[in-house]
Design a protein. Structure first.
Length: 414
């Protein structure tokens, strides 16, 4: 059997069939309409990731106001991540034959309503219920939106449009979360949640006005998901790489503050500034990776992160820590868009199913990475977290490399 097409190669595969044709009036329509729709989807991703990560800067004030510990308040981050992981395939299948424009609008409206509910919540139970709905929105929107670029812009612009859509992920870390945290400090945590809800309503308006009708090319069924993993080698490898890279990332990044302080000796006053620099570097990395071959990018990124995480765990000095942190942000910034490109080009006729698998594993790996990193820090020391992350990145690099060799060896002979 001929192996699946390599990431970055849009050719169809025996497992997946020919790529779907763009929806009428989208990729073949006026250029400005397609790019306006892409920008609306990118805004949706930005809003959702901001909403998912917003509690990171508000844990203590929420806990104090509602009478729960910081550990309990941390469930505001854990719950939507886990729910998003499970809901990515569920929403994709449940969307069935509904117009994707309608589904995306409903998911953004749900996110906006959830944040407004949290802003007026009388107790923590209501906040947590609202965060559960945020997880549904994140998992469903990301899984469906990730593969829409091919239907909105001409084929030669798909890579750039996908990079723009996923630019919303690092931009949320750089702009959305810090802005929400600042608003929380100035007007209280409820004001921050209300503001994200209001931005969600504005995003809903943008989607309604700018997205064309996007009828489903084919419905996704539950049996298709395990079948895709079983029959498509490239999709299976992409899921494994997603789990290894994201788990390794969050095993280390969740504890970046104690690593910078204890190993690099960075002054506490400068940690937030350095993390902002990390986010800016991540935005640059996203757009650098978006127009490049996904396979080569992920191989380079995983190798670089292996070295960076190993060095930041053992190399002392604030200058070294700062340099490594910025390199870390630049390298990891290309992960989301490259993984998305890997999955779409591995199964072009089943893009939504492949995307839902990637998004599910991505979000579950965030929780797994934070858990493993916590066990390493508590059981060994702070440097153990990035060292464990480096080991997982090395396994990811090996998986990408093996996938490439198998594809080449099983491909047609000249």
């Amino acid at each position: 059997m001929t192996a699946a097409a390599a990431p970055g190669n849009p050719a169809s595969t025996p497992e997946s069939g020919p790529p779907p044709a763009p929806a009428p009036g989208t990729g073949s329509g006026p250029a400005w309409k397609g790019w306006a729709a892409v920008c609306a989807v990118a805004l949706g991703i930005f809003c959702l990731i901001t909403s998912e990560l917003l509690p990171v800067g508000l844990l203590t004030p929420v806990g104090v106001d509602l009478g729960v510990s910081d550990g309990t308040a941390g469930l505001m981050v854990t719950v939507p991540g886990l729910v998003a992981g499970f809901c990515a395939p569920l929403v994709t299948v449940g969307a069935g034959r509904f117009d994707r424009r309608l589904v995306l609008c409903l998911l953004i409206a749900l996110m906006a309503a959830a944040n407004l509910a949290a802003a007026f919540a009388p107790n923590f139970a209501v906040v947590l219920a609202a965060r559960l709905l945020v997880g549904v929105s994140v998992g469903g929107f990301w899984a469906i939106a990730g593969g829409l670029a091919v239907r909105l812009v001409p084929a030669h612009h798909v890579a750039r449009a996908t990079a723009l859509v996923f630019g919303g992920v690092p931009t949320a870390s750089v702009l959305g979360v810090p802005a929400g945290t600042l608003l929380g400090e100035l007007g209280g945590w409820r004001a921050a949640f209300a503001a994200v809800g209001a931005v969600g309503l504005l995003t809903l308006a943008a989607l309604v006005l700018l997205l064309p009708q996007l009828p489903p090319t084919r419905p996704v069924t539950f049996p298709e998901l395990p079948a895709l993993l079983r029959e498509n080698r490239a999709v299976r490898a992409g899921v494994i790489v997603t789990f290894l890279v994201v788990t390794g990332q969050f095993a280390a990044y969740t504890f970046v503050r104690p690593i910078l302080q204890d190993v690099s000796g960075v002054d506490t006053r400068y940690v937030s500034t350095l993390l902002l620099g990390y986010g800016v570097a991540g935005v640059a990395g996203n757009f650098l990776a978006g127009t490049r071959d996904a396979y080569r990018t992920l191989l380079t990124v995983s190798c670089c992160l292996t070295v960076i995480l190993a060095l930041i765990a053992v190399l002392p000095g604030a200058a070294a820590g700062t340099t490594l942190l910025l390199a870390w942000g630049l390298a990891y910034g290309g992960v989301s868009v490259s993984l998305q490109s890997w999955m779409i080009t591995s199964a072009p006729a089943a893009a939504e199913a492949a995307s839902s698998l990637m998004v599910a594993v991505f979000n579950l790996a965030i929780a797994a990475g934070a858990l493993l990193g916590g066990l390493a820090v508590d059981g060994i020391s702070a440097p153990a977290a990035p060292l464990g992350g480096a080991a997982l990145m090395l396994l990811a690099a090996g998986t990408v490399r093996v996938t490439s060799v198998r594809r080449r060896d099983s491909g047609p002979k000249g």
